[in-house]
Design a protein around this ligand. Structure first.
Ligand code: GLN
Length: 189
């Protein structure tokens, strides 16, 4: 199986390492042409405004939006989740994929508490140690969105058909079960 990690900005190397540890042919994706070579894409954490700007500049934004609408599997972590969200209560980034029926508030867990860790419970996975870094908060989910995990009353892992999004960073914990969940979405739909 060949999976791409958007490599324009952010912590894509960590995602590549997790995927490779699972025996996946994982490659960083930086051009529109490379999108044709993969069966699913992970959009990493980083800075959503920068990533959105680069996606647009590389001519990848509209292609990826179209693919996502047609069933291509995409998993967005943190900044990646911001790019997937249809609604954002923040002016930036104005260019987004806007594929998932969720509303997200950037940096919503408080500026003083930039990062924190918590044990969460994920449906079909179980207990998972989650790391949040200047995390966006999901403040609304639409009817077609399944909540797979919550923390403090807010969803932190959600799925809408071929799309998966988390406000935390599973690539930083040495626990590959969320990545494995995404790989199942790619193979089984
Ligand atoms: N705060 C970042 C943003 O708004 C996201 C943080 C992250 O990806 N760890 O883009």
């Amino acid at each position: 199986m060949r999976i791409g990690v958007l490599g324009l900005q952010g912590d894509f190397r960590e995602h590549l390492a997790v995927l490779r540890s699972l025996g996946v042919d994982a490659r960083d994706v930086r051009t529109r042409a490379q999108l044709d070579e993969i069966e699913g894409l992970i959009i990493p954490g980083g800075e959503s405004t920068t990533m959105a700007y680069l996606l647009e500049k590389m001519g990848m934004l509209s292609v990826l939006r179209e693919r996502g609408e047609q069933g291509f599997p995409i998993y967005g972590t943190c900044a990646g989740m911001i790019l997937l969200a249809r609604e954002l209560n923040d002016a930036y980034p104005e260019h987004r994929l806007a594929l998932m029926d969720i509303a997200v508030k950037r940096n919503a867990y408080g500026r003083q508490l930039d990062s924190f860790e918590a044990d969460i419970h994920i449906k079909d996975i179980g207990k998972f140690h989650a790391i949040f870094i200047r995390a966006p908060k999901i403040v609304r989910v639409g009817p077609g969105v399944e909540i797979l995990a919550e923390h403090d009353g807010a969803p932190v892992l959600v799925r809408q058909k071929n799309l998966l999004a988390s406000s935390f960073h599973p690539e930083l914990t040495g626990d590959s079960r969320v990545h494995e969940y995404f790989l199942k979405m790619v193979t089984k739909g």
